[in-house]
Ligand binder design. Sequence first.
Ligand code: HEM
Length: 304
Amino acid sequence: MATKLGLNVLDKGSLSAARELEDFPLKLFPEWRLPLSIAVGPTAAFFFYLFIRNVIYAYVEEKTEISYRIMVSLANKVFPIVALIMLSLCYLPGAIAAFFQLYRGTKYRCFPNWLDCWMLCRKQMGLVALGYAFLHPIYTFIIPIRYAFRHKFISEVVDEIKNNNITPFYFDNTKAWGADSFLSLGILGFFLFILLGLTSLPSVGGSLSWREFSFIQSKLGHLTLFICTAHGYIYSWNKFLLPSNYKWYTPPGYMLCLIVPSVVLVLKLLLLLPCVDRTLTRIRQGWERSQPKEEMVEIKATNL
Ligand code: HEM
């Protein structure tokens, strides 16, 4: 009847969903609640962890008061760390879902509820991560104009002159390569991150075909994660083995934040293995692995 009246029909479920649909405009950011709560947890955890490792440690062990670092240095650690973890959390459920499908040998069985919720909030989680990542270059670019930085920089020069060093600054080629590579990976990763964020917007995503959209979100997404993780690895490559970095026997934040992205990338690599990829593609095209007898009996019994 609605179609005959010239109205567009949209199936939003049974009549019992009507109350929920009516309440929908009155809800405050319902889709953002889970991603924001996921973001708040690691932000608070990393903030306190880094505060203890940096500020409290310096106060207790070195008798120096560096609480001013909370404003820029600490923020510039917490934001990229959480951004990287959240970016990887956008791709972890996809990998888990693929392993579920491989294990079950079919795409026709529902995922657990928690995985469904997680997959549904990936877009919002990615956008929150992009917001965090956006703050990182801004904080980074103001580093040279900070009083503390200029003071340290000038003191070092004056010390070198006082020590009568003829060649005050030894140029380390390896360090130059490391710094340039890590910065350019950061810039590239950031650019791709923005591209991902833009294509997830309905107005931009709507203008792309399904194939283009899934290419950008999946292939380019994993590439972004890889580049951002490489940025983190190159930043910490020469710090892994330095005992002085393990203050009070705790690892630095930039090492901890590499765990989840590395796990996601390894899982993705496993899924890309030709034998695994072939089976997964077949399952996603509708093929089903014949089930073991016991399971079949169980399913039949449930159906009955
Ligand atoms: C314009 C792009 C970027 C530039 C110029 C840049 C630059 C930097 C710099 C200079 C540091 C060292 C900060 C310090 O010593 O305190 C750093 C650290 C870091 N960056 Fe980036 N970055 C960029 C993008 C990104 C992106 C997109 C991510 C990932 C989402 C990221 C993740 C990290 C992480 C995890 C650290 C280690 C934080 C720590 O000190 O504990 N960066 N970056």
